[in-house]
Design a protein around this ligand. Structure first.
Ligand code: PMM
Length: 277
């Protein structure tokens, strides 16, 4: 399979079918509500819809694989039927396998293959896209692992190791996407440094996906000391970042609000294409 490629940064719309995600916790937990939301994001111009059934929020309890499947499969099937390119946000090979059967074209694994030893081999067999996110550990233990001498270099090296693991497992090079995993074992300063030096990741040669939408580092930037701004009030900041990321050559942004991000990308593109005649 080949990944969607366009002459602009792509927008991946988020459909979290979970009661407890970071930033839209519970809004689209119900299957029908999740499908309706996905269709709405497609209408707003989403290039990819990312469907997840497990929250990665610190302290969240893992659902069973059966529960995760029950949450995501009907949503993936309906959105794929509606013509969407669907990715499944899962760390489990068993869920990825069924999700691809139901129509998903990309596996989005926030653990980059480190949670489930079957994952990379399965993705190679299925010949689908694979998002390898930078990851240092699960939920409660994430912040303890946010220790770096040089966050940019270490994230780059650890991502490169995941890309090599993907290739060794037989995944086609053109199917591998990398993601620094903002907020995953990273504090605000780490996130800003990674974003400032994205060229270091882009130089690795894989498409780069960035998930900044409604994340805590934006809430901390815009809130008062000790009172971060609520996630749903961060969409302007997310769009500002999207415009800047577009000019850096990011392949896609993962976001809760598709229209704003498409607008931000159009503005950045018009500016960069404007020429004196
Ligand atoms: N962030 C979250 C979940 N899945 N997947 C990728 N590839 N990159 C991310 O940054 C990412 C992800 C957590 O955010 P949410 O709870 O708002 O979806």
């Amino acid at each position: 399979m080949s990944l969607p490629h366009y002459d602009r940064t792509l927008v991946m719309g988020i459909v979290n079918c979970t009661p407890d995600s970071f930033s839209d916790g519970g809004d689209f937990f119900d299957t029908e509500a999740a499908i309706t939301h996905g269709i709405e994001l497609i209408a707003q111009g989403a290039d990819i819809i990312d469907v997840g059934g497990e929250s990665t929020r610190p302290g969240a309890r893992r659902p069973s694989a059966a529960r995760e499947l029950q949450r995501v499969l009907p949503v993936i099937a309906e959105l794929a039927k509606a013509g969407a390119v669907v990715s499944v946000d899962t760390m489990r090979a068993s869920v990825a396998e069924k999700a691809v059967e139901a129509g998903a074209a990309i596996v989005n694994d926030v653990s980059g293959g480190l949670t489930d030893t079957r994952m990379l081999g399965l993705v190679a067999e299925l010949n689908v896209g694979y998002i390898a996110q930078h990851w240092r550990g699960v939920r409660g233990r994430m912040s303890a692992k946010a220790q770096y001498q040089d966050v940019v270099q270490e994230v780059r090296d650890e991502l490169l190791a995941r890309v090599e693991a993907c290739l060794a497992a037989g995944i086609q090079e053109e199917n591998v996407i990398i993601d620094p995993g903002l907020g995953f074992a990273k504090n605000s300063q780490h996130n800003w440094l990674i974003l400032k030096h994205l060229d270091v990741l882009i130089e690795l040669g894989c498409p780069v996906l960035i998930g900044a939408s409604r994340k805590r580092f934006l809430a901390e930037l815009l809130g008062d000391p000790g009172a971060p701004r609520p996630p749903k009030e961060l969409d302007g900041a997310t769009a500002a970042l999207t415009a800047l990321l577009t000019s850096q050559g990011v392949w896609a942004v993962r976001t809760h609000t598709v229209r704003d991000q498409r607008d931000a990308i159009a503005v950045a593109q018009a500016l960069s294409n404007a020429d004196r005649v």
